[in-house]
Design a protein around this ligand. Structure first.
Ligand SMILES: Nc1ncnc2c1ncn2[C@@H]1O[C@H](COP(=O)(O)OP(=O)(O)OP(=O)(O)O)[C@@H](O)[C@H]1O
Length: 573
């Protein structure tokens, strides 16, 4: 690992710890106190073995505890060895009880912190996504987002758990090491040498674990992409017997993923083996050195116990840190996504409703990275008017609509509503009165009712009215459970035209200032579409309706038609 890579790994780990500490705040301090207290109480319970062993081991008492513990024991009436053993064991059990209570409180607190951390991280990522500018969202691959919010977030939860585990074990280790030093300093120093070597090896290997974790993130994202590609194009793939391509791609990614995971497991197994050997050497050194130095038997037994107890946490630290570094790229992936979405964006403002009046675009320009889009648009749409937008494919109609509904912000020129310039706060307010219905309006795998009102707040009368306006009331009447029928993934149990009617009904459930139909009725038969548009046109009061369509009959129903050609908007029509 080069110096730069080591720095990168350390930086990523520090960022993880900082994010966790930011979330945990004072609860983190509370947890740290509990971790420290339970480690100290555990240490005390080990040290208490010395006087107990002093009573049990023949001749052991004189050298170890008589001087400072016998007087208080005699004072409370424990004069015979059996009485003293009884008192000491009772105290030992008391400490064990305290330790059990502390461990319980510690583990519950740590579990709460870990679960809350992931919940916060997930909500933050989703919030960032929801608030991100549209131009950034469209550039993202959906599989990447789904993978990051699902699989990778789970791996981050694992990392948090491993980080906590490593911290708890480190505190235990430090307390035990301090005890060993206090009992036999020089001896403990030598016996801990293998630990120090292990720690150096662990730091050196952290970058490799992170690299393997990075490969796993990339492969699982590719796997998700392949699966969603297959699902998205399943019908077309099945029709031309083309599923084989997806299956081969999926299998190849799975193989790569398995190999990387195995590579990591091999690494872990290797380190575990080396560690076991190191512990055995240290143990043998403790026994041999203890006898050679002539350490009193009770102290030696306590030292052996301490070292034996240290090997558990040391091994846990090693395994937990390896896993922590292995999961670190998932955290970095989520951070990177948030960074891409949030870069240079202003904080979300509280919505301010724009004054009533016309929508105006003054010399507006928006060009996509490839150069397509809207080169120049100056137009005025009166409130309540029914406006068509026409033009050939790729002319810039959708871009113009995305500007009207505030998904894209003009790169030049300005947009006004009711005479007021659309700033961030006004934009948020403007969007509250808009409904946008695309050609393939998204329907969930849920009931019609839930599809019409995501948060369940719509009144039954508003739902009924919207269904009737969209001509979807007959569709719902035919469904086996009416409004409560689950309509399948993306409304797969409905025809294309029926899906469009339900999507339109959803838009019409709430009061609107602007209704945008982006080829939203093109799968409906011509007569049905004409009747539907006539109902919309007859609405009173009528929201402003902006419609993109390639059908001349539909355009004929509009008050006026705006033409778009090669990014230039002609609003004279
Ligand atoms: N997110 C994007 N990134 C890069 N280029 C884009 C993006 N969206 C659209 N474009 C390009 O901008 C141009 C205008 O696209 P737009 O979708 O506005 O056309 P349109 O008139 O709605 O076409 P259609 O009738 O086919 O839907 C096209 O050349 C398109 O390739």
């Amino acid at each position: 690992m080069t110096g730069n890579e080591r720095h990168g790994t350390a930086h990523a780990a520090a960022e993880f710890l900082r994010t966790f500490a930011d979330y945990a705040g004072w609860r983190g301090v509370g947890a740290a106190v509990l971790v420290g207290a339970s480690a100290i109480v555990e240490g005390i319970s080990v040290v208490m073995l010395i006087p107990i062993l002093g009573v049990v081991v023949p001749g052991g008492a004189d050298a170890t505890w008589r001087g400072w513990l016998s007087a208080p024991l005699v004072r409370i009436g424990a004069t015979t060895p059996l009485q003293q053993l009884g008192v000491l064991l009772a105290a030992f059990l008391g400490v064990a009880l305290l330790r059990a209570g502390l461990l319980y409180a510690r583990d519950i607190m740590l579990a709460r912190l870990q679960a809350g951390f992931i919940e916060t991280l997930r909500n933050r990522a989703l919030g960032t996504l929801a608030e991100a500018p549209w131009s950034r969202i469209v550039a993202l691959r959906h599989a990447r987002i789904t993978n990051l919010l699902g699989t990778e977030m789970q791996r981050v939860a694992g990392s948090a758990q491993f980080m906590i585990q490593a911290t708890v074990s480190a505190v235990l280790l430090i307390v035990q090491a301090a005890l060993a030093f206090s009992l036999a300093p020089g001896f403990a120093l030598v016996a801990m040498l293998p630990l120090a070597i292990g720690a150096v090896a662990m730091v050196r290997g952290s970058g490799r674990s992170r690299d393997l974790g990075g490969d796993v993130v990339r492969h699982s994202q590719a796997m998700m992409g392949s699966a969603s590609g297959l699902l998205g194009g399943l019908k077309a793939a099945a029709a031309q017997n083309g599923q084989g391509h997806f299956i081969r791609e999926f299998a190849a990614i799975q193989t790569a993923l398995r190999l990387r995971t195995l590579q990591f497991q091999r690494r872990q197994a290797r380190t575990r083996g080396a560690f076991g050997l190191g512990s055995a050497i240290a143990g043998a050194a403790v026994v041999f050195g203890g006898v050679a130095y002539g350490i009193a038997p009770p102290v030696l037994i306590a030292l052996i116990l301490i070292f034996a107890r240290m090997s558990g946490p040391a091994q846990q630290i090693q395994a937990a840190l390896q896993n922590f570094y292995f999961g670190l790229p998932s955290f970095e992936g989520i951070q990177q996504l948030e960074h891409e979405l949030r870069r240079d964006t202003a904080p979300v403002a509280a919505p301010v409703t724009p004054p009533p009046g016309a929508i105006e675009l003054r010399a507006v320009r928006y060009l996509h990275p490839g150069g397509g889009g809207v080169k120049q648009a100056t137009l005025r749409i009166a409130p309540g008017s029914f406006v068509g937008i026409a033009g050939p494919s790729g002319a810039g109609k959708t871009t113009l609509i995305d500007l009207l509904i505030g998904l894209l912000q003009p790169q030049a020129g300005e947009m006004r509503i009711g005479g007021a310039a659309l700033d961030a706060a006004m934009l948020a307010g403007w969007r509250e009165g808009i409904a946008y219905v695309p050609q393939d309006g998204f329907l969930f795998h849920d009931s019609v009712r839930r599809n019409l009102s995501w948060d369940g707040s719509a009144e039954p009368a508003a739902i009924e009215r919207a269904l009737a306006l969209a001509g979807a009331d007959a569709v719902v009447a035919r469904l086996p459970q009416g409004l409560d029928t689950v309509i399948g993934e993306r409304g797969a149990m409905l025809s294309g035209g029926e899906r469009q009617r339900i999507a339109l009904a959803r838009a019409l459930v709430r009061p609107l200032r602007l209704l945008v139909l982006d080829e939203a009725t093109n799968a409906i038969d011509a007569a049905g579409e004409a009747a539907l548009l006539a109902r919309l046109a007859a609405l009173s009061p009528r929201p402003t309706i902006v419609m993109v369509s390639h059908r001349a009959e539909s355009m004929a129903l509009c008050d006026r038609v705006i033409q778009v050609h090669s990014g230039v908007v002609d609003a004279t029509g």
